[in-house]
Design a binder for this molecule. Structure first.
Ligand code: URA
Length: 432
């Protein structure tokens, strides 16, 4: 018998809950014995009163126990690595990191999610590739990681079912942005999916859940601790999400940017993040490289074409057409131009993400359809100098009306001033 009301009251009053109480609540909720309204009240109590380390671990553990787990390394017979981002605008990092790491000889197996709100999802980006299958069975997933060295698929239905329910509930009850709830949500999925070593990209800034470096640090340290508890090697990179990552925001546009990056022709910030994350993953691998050697190995896969070749084999293995020409293109392309001379001081990441969403690149509710062709190219980035009339960005739209609105929104997202802002690296800090 679960006394949900009693547990909610005690958490509301700031008491610490025992691990078995949290387990009962989470497993009871997953079985449908605790209703949404009680779980929503519990999440709100957690939002205001927080969970301590032991409670956060108990929550994560209970979420993992709500469904299946995969012993990825044991099934493959090698150390398998994975990466995860807390979500941002234009974040296609996994799509480039996967082929680089696999081309360097390290198995990369990842389960990804869909986008909601202003942040895009890796699965949605992959689905802009004609024929690409994100729904492989676990056996197909394991076979592909073993044989090819790379698979990225949708999360299997019975992997952390508690998170599917809880995330949906948190999304509509203003309880997403709590460190313990985010850390438990991310780490339960990463631990259940079975990789031995994980690089976590914790986004910081306007377009991220974590608006300040202090909050991002707290989230990173909480996730590191949960990973260590579960016997996984974890490193966190805290990265800038004050402006969109790279140029492209929108599904097929981001796939094009991924291909360019694997060819060595990617935007500076995105290329740097991809190589930094790849270097960490290669340093975690069984190749016995340190981070510098991992970085060199990652760079070599781009220079010698093996990363791009791996990308093409991976896409084909999951049924997709890897050629760039196969990707959908938007019928209407409009330029956003600068009104004055100056420097780009900032580009509101959320504003650009929302403009892309309204073009149809994202979804407002989880049942919305996505238009894979549309999106925005932010050609000028923070610190770039611009002349009046010069092109800042391109809007790729389905029709004239949505294009016009997006042009106005993207124009408003750009802040142009007389002085160049101070330089800010893409990787702000690494915590390992
Ligand atoms: N991403 C997740 O998977 N869970 C959260 O709670 C937030 C971001």
């Amino acid at each position: 018998m679960i006394h949900a009301a009693e547990l909610i009251r005690r958490k509301r009053d700031g008491e610490e809950l025992a691990a078995d109480e949290i387990t009962e609540l989470v497993l009871g909720y997953t079985r449908g014995e605790v209703p949404d309204y009680q779980m929503a009240a519990f999440c709100m109590a957690v939002y205001f009163r927080r969970l301590n380390g032991a409670e956060t671990f108990a929550l994560t553990d209970a979420m993992i126990r709500s469904g299946d787990t995969i012993a990825l390394g044991a099934a493959i017979g090698r150390k398998v690595v994975d990466k995860h981002s807390t979500g941002g605008v234009g974040d296609k990092t996994s799509l480039a990191v996967g082929p680089i790491v696999a081309a360097a000889g390290v198995p990369f197996g990842k389960m990804s999610g869909r986008g909601l709100g202003h942040t895009g999802g890796t699965l949605d980006k992959l689905e802009s590739i004609p024929g690409f299958r994100v729904e492989l069975s676990i056996d197909e997933f394991l076979a592909q990681v073993r044989d090819l060295g790379l698979a990225i698929i949708g999360q299997s239905a019975n992997l952390v079912p508690a998170d599917k329910l809880l995330y949906g509930l948190r999304d509509v009850t203003a309880t997403v942005d709590n460190v313990s709830l985010i850390a438990a949500s991310i780490m339960s999925k990463k631990i259940a999916a079975g990789a031995d070593a994980i690089v976590l990209d914790v986004k910081v800034g306007d377009g991220a859940f974590m608006k300040t470096i202090e909050d991002a640090r707290e989230l990173a340290e909480t996730m590191l601790e949960l990973g260590r508890h579960a016997g996984r090697e974890v490193a966190c990179v805290l990265t800038d999400m004050d402006q969109p990552l790279g140029h492209a925001v929108g599904n097929a546009l981001e796939i094009r940017e991924t291909i360019a990056t694997l060819r060595g022709e990617g935007p500076r910030d995105f290329t740097e993040l991809v190589l930094a994350a790849s270097a960490h993953l290669l340093a975690f691998s069984d190749l016995e490289l340190d981070e510098d050697a991992g970085r060199q190995r990652a760079e070599r896969t781009v220079q010698d074409g093996s990363a791009l070749a791996m990308y093409e084999r991976w896409i084909a293995a999951q049924g997709g057409d890897p050629s760039e020409d196969a990707l959908p293109s938007a019928p209407v392309v409009r330029e956003v131009t600068a009104g004055t001379d100056g420097f780009v001081r900032s580009i509101g990441a959320v504003d650009v993400g929302l403009a892309a969403l309204r073009l149809g690149a994202g979804r407002r509710t989880k049942d919305d359809d996505i238009d894979h062709a549309v999106g925005i190219l932010c050609l000028k980035k923070r610190g770039d100098s611009v002349a009046a009339g010069e092109v800042l960005a391109e809007v790729h739209a389905r029709d004239d009306d949505t294009a016009e609105r997006a042009v106005a929104e993207v124009c408003a997202a750009y802040d142009i001033g007389d002085e160049a802002p101070g330089a800010r690296p893409i990787v702000l800090e690494t915590i390992a």
